[in-house]
Design a binder for this molecule. Structure first.
Ligand SMILES: [Zn+2]
Ligand SMILES: [Zn+2]
Length: 234
């Protein structure tokens, strides 16, 4: 087989499990598979699912999540975030290539895992992908978040993002105040759709948590009951 990430050939004997249960073979070589660090469960933040260092936690959540809850504009906006893997150097590089090329096989590899996560944590929730701005969408040609929903959720295309500065250039304080100046817009159909519903946002990466909280705030303001998020990386 050829590895989905490094594209090197590797030898894979079909396991009994894959034969009996018709499960697909792991498409990553052992070296790449080893570098994917799964999140969630014991020792992870109950809000955002990252691994927590013992010194950086408070009330069972990581300090980042704790701080978000101290701010008037972001308090209670996001219920939980669940991510598949730790955003380490390996995944950072792999996702950068994926975002650049829009590799459909890579998208479907993660989409399958997200669909399992959806059934486990968010069954019944309305799924909304975090959109790119018009300009970035044109430059890239696809929205990586929408691709991650292929095969398991419908994209109603109700949310838009207006052009803004890049998150990473801002410091923490600026990012918190940024949730107040809303870069997202919901169309008429979207307002109808989200009212009274539980929503789960889909994105490739949860970095600072600013983006999902901006969307969450918008959705809660128009009557969404609860907003969570689900990403490939945290
Ligand atoms: Zn590999
Ligand atoms: Zn957290």
């Amino acid at each position: 087989m050829r590895c989905l990430s490094c594209h090197e050939c590797f030898f894979s004997l079909p396991s009994w499990e894959s034969v009996l249960l018709l499960r697909e073979e792991e498409p990553l070589c052992p070296m790449c598979a080893e570098q994917l660090v799964t999140l969630g469960g014991e020792g992870c933040c109950s809000t955002c699912s990252r691994h927590m260092n013992i010194q950086y936690q408070k009330d069972g959540v990581c300090l980042d999540c704790w701080r978000w809850e101290q701010q008037e504009y972001t308090k209670g906006m996001l219920a939980i975030n669940r991510s598949l893997y730790e955003y380490n150097a390996f995944l950072k590089e792999w996702l950068a290539v994926y975002k650049f090329r829009g590799d459909a096989i890579v998208a479907s590899y993660f989409a399958k895992q997200l669909s399992v996560m959806y059934r486990h944590f968010f069954q019944g929730d309305l799924v909304i992908p975090v959109p790119l701005s018009e300009k970035r969408l044109r430059a890239r040609g696809f929205n990586q978040a929408s691709l991650l929903m292929e095969g398991w959720a419908e994209d109603y295309d109700v949310l838009a993002r207006v052009e803004g500065e890049k998150q990473s250039k801002k410091n923490r304080k600026q990012r918190i105040s940024q949730v107040a100046d809303q870069p997202f817009r919901l169309n008429e159909h979207g307002i109808e759709l989200v009212r009274g519903r539980s929503i789960v946002l889909v994105d490739d990466i949860y970095t600072t948590g600013t983006t999902v909280r901006q969307v969450a705030r918008l959705l809660r303001e128009v009557g969404a009951r609860k907003v969570s998020s689900m990403t490939v990386a945290r």
